[in-house]
Design a protein around this ligand. Sequence first.
Ligand code: CP
Ligand code: NVA
Length: 307
Amino acid sequence: MKHLISLFDITAEEIESIFTISAKLKKELKEGKTHHILQGKTLGMIFSKSSTRTRVSFEVGMYQLGGHSLFLNSNDIQLGRGETIYDTAQVLSRYINGIMIRTFKHSDVEDLARFGTIPVINGLTDLMHPCQILADLFTILEVKGRLKGLKMAYVGDGNNVANSLLHGCAKVGMDICIATPEGYGCDEGIIEEARSDAKKTGCKLVLTEDPVEAATGADVIYTDTWVSMGQEAEKEIRTKTFMPYQVNKKLFSHAGNNAMFLHCLPAYRGMEVSEDIIDGPDSAVFEEAENRLHVQKAIMAMLMQKL
Ligand code: CP
Ligand code: NVA
């Protein structure tokens, strides 16, 4: 594993290793054990979009591993004034040991990895959010003790989170049913990639417009905002279109016994999820958010320790 850009590019064994290291680092953090795994190493964090969890968990994670992080708002560096990805990648590779980037165009992240000589971590693009889904799957593993054979239901917008969820579930062999309104489905290329992995792992991959079909018998119900970063102008039409896809008590009643609720956050109560679900006993959203820290520490250790 050289980079973490798409979950399709990594193996199920690598995901297993990430989870083993995450569990160890989580336990050791709670026990007060300190680490120097990334001592002397610097992570550059380029942000072209807002963030709470990604920014704070990567920065704190780097600190906890003995390393250092640099917050680079893309508007403050020359990238925002037209310096090329090629030059940025070449220059940063000479100063720092890894790059985490959150941006719009997925191909910019791929280019950064192609043109530089250091590991690149995708902290969200318009197309994918792989670190989030690794933390989600780790959370499910902690609660349920397994992933294979469980059913994931994603209800809402076929966005970056849904795309990476398709990749991730297919990779680890978890059944997945995604319910989206017509015209708001997942990326076609990602569906194809996920189908090829699902064939190998033997899991079911279903795409539907019916939220009840997705929720029925599910072990996990997952949703995300209807208005992703960059789509603010479409808020009104999206809110109207997605209302029948709200995860609420009625929809949740179709899920299996002990089903859990996940949301990558930030959440909009009364929109994609009702308050009684996200703040109710089946919700694991804050454990999920915490796990971003542990899982990303494992990813950074695996990618940057080798340098
Ligand atoms: N889930 C997530 O990526 O949150 P932030 O946008 O706050 O980083
Ligand atoms: N789909 C959301 C996820 C935020 C973490 C967005 O891209 O804004």
